[in-house]
Design a protein around this ligand. Structure first.
Ligand SMILES: Cc1cc2nc3c(=O)[nH]c(=O)nc-3n(C[C@H](O)[C@H](O)[C@H](O)COP(=O)(O)O)c2cc1C
Length: 333
């Protein structure tokens, strides 16, 4: 199954493997992509992955996780981003981007958050957002979507996981608002509607969710499934399932495939195209996750940092003869 094509809207993936979004913190200045990003993403596309999701890319200078985040808050970020997209396309890999506002986990002196609750003592005390702040963030996501389309990305992912801004609004641990945005689903719905005004109907739109906060009170996979069922009519096509990151003292028991059950619950309750993963250690395991209905696509993070050519080099374990890039043919084992 892992090597079976999948078409979502106008994006046809040659296989079901995905490079998970991973911040590299390698932008030197104001979020502009560097040679590093080009080499990093293009070499992974040479290694056979079906879809690359570019790291969390900031929609606002003040919404960065670090000073070295990639950015998409300026129109002239597009030129370098387009070079990455074009390079990846040469290897028949689809290129996605994750757009993010870091919220209370950002570098701003007064980071923004739904409520003025610090992540932990290492972070600044955030400012409780005004309605005007919220409207600006919605507009920033919308403009980022426009630029992502101009750069030629095939897939757009809104980051609503790991305790960044949109995740903070989803969680009862971080959203204590008494106004209309105390409805934890309201902001993400408005962001999806705004993004869809710029992101073409025929291109797939995804959201990354933390399906659990690993504490008694908090986001659950069932609650995320209900939310997804409300977001689908607004234009959501794909759910990328992760977990954690919103509560500082969480305890996560890690084991290979530790998040696949979350993905399975969400997929079965929504029928949405689901990306699952987390400590996937080989292709056989990824294949099984698809066969047993946990997900439709599988993301690989650290494995593809260590071994960019892992997929192409191990495809034959699943009986797949993946073509090697012609310039490396003589190196094929
Ligand atoms: C270096 C690094 C950076 C990451 N940055 C992001 C990110 O930008 N956005 C995101 O949603 N997840 C991020 N993650 C989480 C990964 O996407 C992935 O969910 C996690 O590493 C688990 O998958 P793995 O066990 O296959 O690595 C990051 C993980 C790592 C190791």
């Amino acid at each position: 199954m892992l090597f079976k094509e999948l078409t979502i809207k106008n994006m046809t993936l040659k296989n079901r493997t995905v490079l998970a979004p991973m911040c590299m913190y390698m932008a030197e200045e104001f979020g502009y992509a560097e040679y590093f990003h080009m080499v990093h993403y293009v070499s992974r596309s040479m290694g056979g992955v079906g879809l690359i999701i570019q790291e969390a890319t900031a929609i606002d200078q003040n919404g960065r996780i670090s000073p070295k985040d990639l950015g998409i808050w300026r129109d002239n970020h597009v030129e370098q981003l387009k070079m990455i997209v074009d390079g990846v396309h040469k290897n028949d890999t689809k290129m996605g981007i994750q757009i993010n506002h870091a919220g209370r986990k950002g570098i701003a002196d007064r980071p923004l958050a739904p409520s003025a609750i610090q992540f932990n003592f290492k972070y600044h005390i955030p400012k409780k957002m005004t309605i005007k702040d919220i409207k600006k963030v919605i507009e920033d996501f919308k403009q980022a979507a426009r630029r992502a389309n101009e750069a030629g990305y095939d897939y757009l992912e809104i980051h609503a996981a790991h305790g960044y801004l949109l995740c903070e609004f989803l969680s009862p641990n971080t959203n204590k608002r008494k106004d209309e945005y105390g409805d934890r689903k309201k902001l993400i719905k408005e962001v999806v509607v705004a993004v869809r005004e710029e992101w073409p109907e025929e291109k797939p739109l995804a959201i990354r969710f933390s399906a659990s906060e690993y504490v008694e009170e908090g986001i659950t996979p069932e609650w995320i499934a209900d939310l997804i069922n409300e977001l689908k009519p607004l234009g959501l096509d794909i759910a990328n399932i992760s977990s954690g990151g919103n509560v500082s003292e969480q305890e996560i028991k890690l084991f290979p495939g530790y998040q696949l059950d979350f993905a399975k619950t969400i997929r079965s309750k929504t029928g949405i195209v689901t990306i699952g993963g987390g400590l996937i250690t080989n292709l056989e395991m990824a294949d099984k996750a698809i066969i047993d209905g946990s997900c439709d696509l599988v993301y690989f993070g650290r494995l593809l940092l260590r071994e960019p050519f892992y997929i192409i080099n191990h495809a034959e374990n699943l009986g797949e003869d993946m073509p090697y890039p012609k310039y490396y043919k003589r190196a094929k084992a």
